[in-house]
Each structure stands twice: as structure tokens, then as C-alpha cells.
Write a protein that binds this ligand. Structure first.
Ligand code: NAD
Length: 423
């Protein structure tokens, strides 16, 4: 039944329980919904209400732990928040198969974020560009005055670059990049405030009009890198290796394949980003923009063969994550996730996440190049199908097992099995 109207005046001013009651009334839902949504699980209702607007409850996602990871010589447990089966298992499997070769080696290019200030309505944009560059020192002062706390933590302004972009309805525009070290913060709010503080000065120096003042999610000065070697013995020989290489070649030359290839990488990356309370959209936007930096959308990973014939994998991608700000501090589970990882710096977090992305990609390519993705996927997915069919408690495992044994993981078959089990 369509709702009467989505215009609910004063909705944001209601308490969370009153908002929920209002939604139940307007959407014509039954009262069981209230019990479902008023339980906010391990996130205090007051925290929920302070985190976003118009909150009515929470949406819980499973938190799993990927085992077997060695990153830079240290064993690390990986917290992963995901609704998709197979994602955690994929990381465990990939990590197990490269443990004997030492696991993952990682690095970070730096913790620099870019804020953009857009200047329009300038007749002589190249001239304006130099006027801005001449004022580097003043820009530094303004940025550092804007965030003394960041300065105290060793961060702050590092540099500027100014680009003249042609085209658009207002003619050329002059784009100033503030390059800021945001240390243990993801840094969006930090650099946005700086861009807003610097913009009026840019307008004043050049006689133009400043417009947008916001960070770029193409965080290409914050690149996390990871590499690992999988021995031929560990992966099952040359044919598996060559299958993985061919799968990589396919992704690197075909955007249709690259989108799915990188989606697999992000299965791992986004799960850790979410588990640690970081901004999944920020990291995803950065990843995909970086993958397309050559003008063609390509693979975020690269795969080669070393001198002994072993398989080597590499990943390099923007990784704007932090330990301060956003939900990283306010969500208690995010704080626990960092403890599980024994991670005390944003740098380590970014590096571990890159390793997880590479691990995920290894498992996906190996499955695709050998048995196909559905075999492993369906075994885990069968449990979801069993639940969809109405199985509860111990029925879930029984139905899932029968589905897998029968080779057809479908909800109609799950319903038949369940009906039989229940007599
Ligand atoms: P924030 O402003 O909450 O915290 C960062 C601040 O913490 C710094 O500016 C600094 O003053 C202080 N700080 C204390 N100790 C620090 C340390 N050791 N290292 C660095 N800073 C320290 O958060 P933020 O990281 O600036 O912003 C992240 C939030 O912004 C996320 O929630 C994100 O979703 C949101 N956001 C994202 C976008 C985008 O990606 N396009 C845009 C706007 C907002």
C-alpha cells in the first residue's frame, strides 16, 4: 500500500522512539517492526541519534575475523564487517597460502590529503595562478591557524599546487590544491575547513570568485601498497599461476572485467574500512578514480612471476582512513576492531587494509581461474538461502548441507527440504 505522504513536518525534532512510531504509522507497518528497530544492539541509542539525522534504529552487519594474516612480519587479526558470505574466508585462504613466503609487505606514500578551492570569473587565469603561488606562506599560516590541534600532532599544511582547467560554462577555472598532512585523521573535515578559510584570500588576490571548497577523494598522495609472494607449491602449480595471470591480464585490458575484479578487491577493503568506523564511500571513490587515472579503468592490483617461477601480487591504491574523527571514535565496535588489529596509527591501518585487498583479489582470481567462483561461494551462500526459506536454529546447517550436496542452491529447493524436515 503506498504511504499517504513522505512530507512529515518536524520529523527531525521527534525523539528516536517517536520517529520510529511515526514511520510505523505512515508506512502502515505492524507493531513487530518496533521491536526489531528499537533494539539498537551494541550501539547505544543516544550514540545512534547523535551520529546521523532522522535516526530510527540500526542496521547490524556481521563482524568476522580473518585469520592467518602476516603483515610486515607481524601476525594480525583482521576485523571485517560485511553482509557478503565468502569474503572473510577468501582473506583467510589467501593469507594461509602466502604465510610460508612471509605474508604481506606494505608501505604508505604519506598521509597527505588534497583540498580543492575552485576559482571562477578570472579573465587572466595563468596570471591568477602565479598570484596564488606567490602567497604560499600566507596560505600556510591560514591553514595552520585553522587547525592548531593537527599542527600539534605533526600534521598541517605541506604545499600547494595550482592548476588552470579549460572549459566549463564559465570558461577557464583556477583550481588550488591545498596539500595537508592529516596524520591519524582521515582529514575530510580538517582540510575542508582550511579550504574555506583560504578561499576568500584567493578571491581577494585574484579578483575572481571562489566557489567549491572541498577535499578530493582521489587521495593519490596517500597511497597504500602491499605485495606478497605465493609459491608454486602453495597455490597448486603452474597452471593455477598462469590462470591467475591471465585473469589479471583480462581485468587490466577490459573495463567490464576490471569493474568486477576491483569490486572483489573492495570486498576486503570496504569490510575493514567499515569495521573500523571509517568512510567506505571515501575509500571506494578514491579507489575507482585511481583505477581510471590513465584514462582507462584498470586493475588496482598487478600480478607477475618471480625468478623462481612463483606468483607475485601487488596492490597500490588511495587509502584515506583514520583513527580520529567520524565514527572511528564514537562507535564502540570500531574502537574494539582497532584493538583486535593492535593498530594505533592510521598508517598501519591503511597498510593492513591494502594487504587485505590484495589477499581478497588473490582468492577471487584463484577461484575464477580454477574451480569457478560459485563452488566456494555457494557453500557459504547456502546458509543464507536456508534462512531465506525460513530455516531457523540447527535447521540452517542441515538445509544448507543438503543444498550443497544436491548441487543446486536455490530457495525453492531449500523450502522443499525444510518442509520435509518438518514433516
Ligand atoms: P574530524 O574533523 O572529526 O577529526 C580530525 C581532527 O582531529 C583534526 O583536524 C585534528 O584537529 C584532530 N586530531 C586530534 N588528534 C589527531 C591526530 N593524532 N592526527 C590528526 N588529527 C588529530 O575528522 P576528519 O578526519 O577531518 O573527517 C573525517 C570525517 O569526515 C568522516 O566521518 C567522513 O565521513 C567525513 N567527510 C567526508 C567527506 C568526503 O570524503 N568527501 C566530506 C565531508 C566529511
Amino acid at each position: 500500500m503506498p504511504i499517504q505522504s513522505s512530507r512529515i513536518s518536524g520529523f527531525h525534532k521527534l525523539s528516536m522512539p517517536d520517529r520510529l512510531a511515526k514511520v510505523i504509522e505512515v508506512a502502515g507497518l505492524d507493531s513487530a517492526v518496533e521491536a526489531q528497530l528499537s533494539n539498537t544492539g551494541n550501539l547505544d541509542a543516544a550514540v545512534v541519534d547523535s551520529m546521523i539525522e532522522n535516526a530510527i534504529g540500526t542496521m547490524n552487519i556481521p563482524l568476522g575475523i580473518a585469520t592467518n594474516m602476516i603483515v610486515d612480519g607481524e601476525d594480525v587479526l583482521i576485523p571485517m564487517a560485511t553482509e557478503e558470505s565468502s569474503v572473510v574466508a577468501a582473506v583467510c585462504n589467501a593469507a594461509r597460502q602466502c604465510r610460508d613466503s612471509g605474508g604481506f609487505i606494505t608501505s604508505l606514500s604519506g598521509s597527505l590529503m588534497i583540498a580543492q578551492v575552485q576559482l571562477i570569473d578570472v579573465k587572466n587565469p595563468e596570471f591568477a595562478r602565479l598570484q596564488i603561488l606567490e602567497n604560499k606562506d600566507r596560505i600556510r599560516e591560514v591553514c595552520d591557524e585553522t587547525d592548531p590541534v593537527l599542527l600539534k600532532h605533526g600534521g598541517g599544511y605541506r604545499d600547494i599546487e595550482v592548476r588552470v582547467l579549460e572549459g566549463g560554462r564559465t570558461g577557464s577555472m583556477v583550481i588550488t590544491h591545498l596539500i595537508v598532512d592529516t596524520r591519524d585523521a582521515m582529514g575530510a573535515n580538517a582540510v575542508n575547513s582550511m579550504a574555506e578559510a583560504v578561499a576568500p584570500l584567493i578571491a581577494q588576490w585574484t579578483g575572481g570568485r571562489t566557489y567549491l571548497r572541498i577535499l578530493s577523494n582521489l587521495a593519490d598522495r596517500r597511497l597504500a601498497r602491499a605485495r606478497a609472494t605465493w609459491s608454486l607449491d602453495a597455490i597448486g602449480g603452474e597452471s593455477v599461476r598462469d590462470g591467475i595471470l591471465s585473469a589479471f591480464d583480462f581485468a587490466d585490458i577490459d573495463p567490464y572485467r576490471a569493474a568486477t575484479h576491483n569490486k572483489g578487491v573492495m570486498n576486503g577493503v570496504s569490510a575493514v574500512v567499515l569495521a573500523t568506523g571509517n568512510d567506505t564511500r571515501a575509500v571506494e571513490a578514491g579507489a575507482h578514480a585511481y583505477a581510471a587515472r590513465s584514462g582507462q579503468y584498470r586493475s588496482l592490483t598487478r600480478w607477475e612471476v618471480d625468478q623462481e617461477g612463483n606468483l607475485t601480487g601487488m596492490i597500490e591504491m588511495p587509502m584515506a582512513v583514520g583513527l580520529i574523527g567520524g565514527a572511528t571514535k564514537s562507535h564502540p565496535t570500531a574502537r574494539v576492531a582497532l584493538d583486535v588489529m593492535n593498530t594505533r596509527t592510521a598508517e598501519k591501518l591503511a597498510r593492513v587494509i591494502a594487504a587485505v585487498g590484495l589477499a581478497q583479489n588473490f582468492s577471487a582470481l584463484k577461484a575464477l581461474a580454477t574451480t569457478g567462483i560459485q563452488k566456494g561461494h555457494m557453500a557459504l551462500h547456502a546458509k543464507n538461502i536456508a534462512v531465506m526459506a525460513g530455516a531457523t536454529g540447527p535447521e540452517i546447517d542441515t538445509v544448507a548441507r543438503e543444498l550443497v550436496e544436491g548441487g543446486k542452491v536455490r530457495v525453492d529447493i531449500a523450502e522443499e527440504i525444510l518442509a520435509r524436515l518438518r514433516g
